[in-house]
Design a protein around this ligand. Structure first.
Ligand SMILES: Nc1ncnc2c1ncn2[C@@H]1O[C@H](COP(=O)(O)OP(=O)(O)OP(=O)(O)O)[C@@H](O)[C@H]1O
Ligand SMILES: CCCC(=O)O
Length: 357
C-alpha cells in the first residue's frame, strides 16, 4: 500500500500567518492567524517576529490535537533569497543566513523557511521551501534593462503562478513542461509571467516598479519624471519608495487597496474610479501582450488568478483585449497552502529531488 504523508505548511504574510496540516493532498485543518499592527510593531525587523509567530503556530497545533511527531515534514513559503530556479528546496544553513539578513530585502515570507526549520528541528524531520518569490528562470536577454548599472530581476508570485499553471495543464491532459502559458497573478501586487515549457522565462518585477500598477504598487513609471520627483526636495528616499510600493497604484488614486470597494465606487457612478480601474486592466492586458511576443505567439492559454480575478467585470475587460492571442482561463484566488503541500509531497514521494540552495 502507498505510504501516507502528513505535512505542516506555513505561509507568513505581512499581517497574518496562514497554516494548514495536510494528510497527503487533504487539508485536515487550515487556519489564518491574524497579527495586529500593535503586536507586530514591537519588532524592528521581520526576522525578530519569528519566535512570536512560531509560538502561536505550536499553540494552534496543540489546540487541534496535532502531535508534532506525527508530521513527516514542514514546508514554509520561501522569501527574498538570492535568485534560484523553481522547485522544492531543503532548508540549509546558507538559506537560513540569507533569510535572516534579508539578502534581497525584508519580506514576511522570509520567515517561512526559518519557522519551518525551527519546528522541524524539534522532531528531527526535514524542512523545505517551495517556489519562493525569487524564482528566477529568466533568459539572459530578459535581464538587460537598458542601463548597465541596473539588471532586471525576477520577483514573481511563483508559488501560485506555477501551482495554477500545473493545475491548468493537468486539466488539459498536458504536462506543464510541454506547453506555453501566460499567467497573470492579480493580487496586492501583480506579476505577469511568460511560462515556456515549465519555466518563467520573463516576468515583471512585482515588488519594484515594473509592469502594471496594482492595488498598492505604482508599477513601471515614466523614468524622467520619476527622477525629477526624487530630486524635487519634496520627498525623502523612504517616502518615494512608499509611493512606489505600499501607497502606489489604486491606493494613490482612490485611497483604497480593496478592489471590491473600487467596484462599489464604480456602481455608485464614480467616473474617476472607473477610469483608474479600467487603466489597471489595460496595463495588465499590455503586459500579457508583451509576454505573447516573448513566447513568439505560441501561447496555449492565458491564465488570470489572484484575488482580483474574482471580479468578473475586470477579467472581462482584460479578456476583450487579449483573447486574440489565446483562450483566457480564470482561476480566482490563490491556493498557496495546497501549493506548498504539493511541493513537499513531490519530494517525499520521490517524484522530485529536493534542490540545494
Ligand atoms: N471577490 C473579490 N472581488 C474583487 N476583488 C477581490 C475579491 N476578493 C479579493 N479581491 C481583491 O484582491 C486583492 C488582493 O488579492 P490577494 O488576496 O491575491 O492579494 P494578497 O495575497 O494580499 O497579495 P499578493 O497576492 O500580492 O501576495 C485586493 O485588492 C482585494 O480587494
Ligand atoms: C511577488 C512578490 C510578492 C508580493 O506581492 O508581495
Amino acid at each position: 500500500m502507498e505510504e501516507k504523508y502528513r505535512i505542516l505548511v506555513i505561509n507568513p504574510g505581512s499581517t497574518s500567518t496562514k497554516i494548514a496540516v495536510f494528510d497527503d493532498e487533504k487539508a485536515i485543518f487550515e487556519e489564518t492567524l491574524r497579527h495586529s499592527t500593535e503586536e507586530l510593531s514591537k519588532y524592528d525587523k521581520v526576522y525578530d517576529q519569528y519566535k512570536f509567530r512560531k509560538d502561536i503556530i505550536l499553540e494552534i497545533l496543540n489546540k487541534n490535537n496535532i502531535e508534532l511527531e506525527s508530521l513527516n515534514a514542514i514546508v514554509g513559503r520561501g522569501g527574498l533569497l538570492n535568485p534560484i530556479e523553481g522547485g522544492t528546496y531543503k532548508v540549509n544553513e546558507k538559506m537560513l543566513k540569507d533569510l535572516k539578513i534579508g539578502v534581497q530585502g525584508e519580506h514576511a515570507s522570509n520567515l517561512g523557511g526559518i519557522i519551518a526549520n525551527e519546528i522541524a528541528k524539534m522532531i528531527d524531520k526535514p524542512a523545505y521551501i517551495v517556489d519562493p518569490v525569487v524564482v528566477d528562470e529568466m533568459e539572459d536577454i530578459a535581464r538587460i534593462s537598458g542601463m548597465p548599472e541596473i539588471e532586471r530581476r525576477s520577483i514573481v508570485h511563483a508559488l501560485n503562478q506555477k501551482a495554477v499553471a500545473r493545475r491548468h495543464s493537468k486539466s488539459k491532459n498536458k504536462n506543464y513542461e510541454d506547453i506555453n502559458l501566460i499567467v497573470a497573478h492579480l493580487g496586492g501586487g501583480i506579476s505577469v509571467g511568460a511560462h515556456r515549457k515549465g519555466k518563467i522565462i520573463d516576468v515583471n518585477n512585482a515588488l519594484d516598479g515594473e509592469g502594471p500598477f496594482s492595488p498598492e504598487r505604482s508599477g513601471g513609471l515614466p523614468v524622467g519624471d520619476l527622477v525629477k520627483l526624487c530630486y524635487s526636495g519634496k520627498y525623502s528616499e523612504d517616502e518615494m519608495k512608499k509611493k512606489i510600493k505600499g501607497n502606489g497604484g489604486l491606493v494613490s488614486y482612490l485611497n483604497t487597496n480593496d478592489a471590491r470597494e473600487v467596484g462599489e465606487m464604480i456602481k455608485e457612478g464614480n467616473k474617476e474610479a472607473e477610469l483608474v480601474y479600467n487603466a489597471m486592466a489595460y496595463q495588465i492586458a499590455k503586459e500579457i501582450g508583451s509576454c505573447a511576443a516573448v513566447l513568439k505567439g505560441e501561447v496555449d492559454g492565458i491564465i488570470l488568478t489572484g484575488g482580483i480575478a474574482y471580479d468578473k467585470e475586470f477579467t472581462k475587460w482584460i479578456e476583450e483585449m487579449v483573447k486574440f492571442i489565446s483562450n483566457v482561463y480564470i482561476y480566482p484566488g490563490e491556493d498557496e497552502l495546497m501549493a506548498l503541500a504539493e511541493g513537499g509531497l513531490r519530494v517525499l514521494r520521490g517524484e522530485e529531488k529536493a534542490k540545494e540552495y
